[in-house]
Each structure stands twice: as C-alpha cells, then as structure tokens.
Design a protein around this ligand. Structure first.
Ligand code: HEM
Length: 145
C-alpha cells in the first residue's frame, strides 16, 4: 500500500507537469489560433491532478511514510506545502482566462497570453523547487524541533 500510494503520487505529479508543459506549447500559437477549448480541458485535468495530489499526499503524510509528527517538523516539507499553495494561487489567472475564452466568444490579446505564459513558466519553476523540498523532506534533512 505504501508503494502504491507513492507510485500514485509520482504519476499525479508527472501528470501535473505534463499539463503545464502542454499549456505552454498551446499558448505559443498566434492569439487568434490559441485553442482555448483544449486549454480549458487540459487545465481541468491539471486541477484534478493537483486536487488528487493534495489528497494522496496528505493521506501518505498522515498514514504512511514517517507520519505527521515528523512532517510537521520538517522545514522542507512545510516549504513544499507553501510552494504548492503558491502554485495553486498562481494558476487562478490562467484558469479564469481559459474558461472564459473556451467558447470562442471572448478575444484574449497578445499581452494577456504572454502574461499567462509567464505565469505557467513560474508555476513550472515552483514545481522544480517543490521537488527539491520533497527530496530533502524524504531524506530527513531540515528536521526542526
Ligand atoms: C506538485 C505537487 C507535488 C509534487 C511535484 C510532489 C513530488 C514529490 C516527490 C518527487 C516525492 C518523492 C521524494 C523522494 O522520495 O525523494 C514526494 C514525496 C512525498 N510527498 Fe509530494 N509532491 C507534491 C505534492 C504533495 C502534497 C500536496 C503533499 C501533502 C499534502 C505531499 C506529500 C508527500 C509525502 C508525504 C511524501 C513522502 C516523503 C517521504 O518519503 O518521507 N506531496 N512528493
């Protein structure tokens, strides 16, 4: 069961990163050709993977691995949670635009698309930092009493 939840956690994390990478690729198109219906679907998948990551992650932290008594004193783990919240907040702006423009009735200009791309880049950078924190927490580095 521990291995199964660990594998699920990895698969969900890969799914989340893949969604962000696909969003970036689709946002490269000229403004009038950006496929907002597809972006809205991928963003929904991204939201689903993020939601399941929290559920599986918390379940692991509380029931498996080193237990909540350890994680609540692990600085990298707490930073990891903070980064996760920051990523969730950053994703609100792109999500709003993808869903508003998905029926093709709302024009999104180049400036807004560039801003969305910068935000998705930032989200990917924060995920990279989060993975470093995940590894430090897993190896017992940064435990504070
Ligand atoms: C984008 C989101 C996330 C990513 C990319 C991610 C990534 C990872 C990775 C790569 C590991 C394995 C670390 C290693 O063995 O070296 C891991 C472990 C873990 N993650 Fe996450 N994680 C995410 C979100 C979360 C969340 C939201 C929680 C909890 C609320 C969580 C809880 C855990 C736990 C408990 C472990 C096991 C650590 C251990 O082995 O002691 N993760 N995560």
């Amino acid at each position: 069961m521990t291995a199964a939840t660990a594998a699920l956690h990895f698969l969900l994390a890969f799914m989340l990163v893949a969604c962000l990478a696909v969003e970036l690729a689709l946002l490269k198109a000229p403004p009038e050709r950006v496929p907002f219906p597809a972006l809205a679907k991928i963003d929904a998948l991204y939201g689903l993977s993020a939601g399941l990551l929290v559920a599986v992650g918390l379940y692991r932290a509380i029931n498996f691995e080193k237990g909540w008594a350890y994680y609540s004193h692990s600085l990298p783990f707490l930073i990891k949670l903070g980064l996760f919240v920051a990523i969730a907040i950053a994703s609100i702006y792109p999500t709003i635009h993808f869903f508003r423009a998905r029926h093709g009735d709302k024009h999104v200009d180049r400036t807004t698309i560039d801003r969305i791309r910068r935000i998705v880049h930032l989200e990917l950078a924060l995920v990279a930092a989060l993975v470093v924190c995940a590894s430090l927490a897993a190896k017992g580095i940064g435990f504070v009493t």
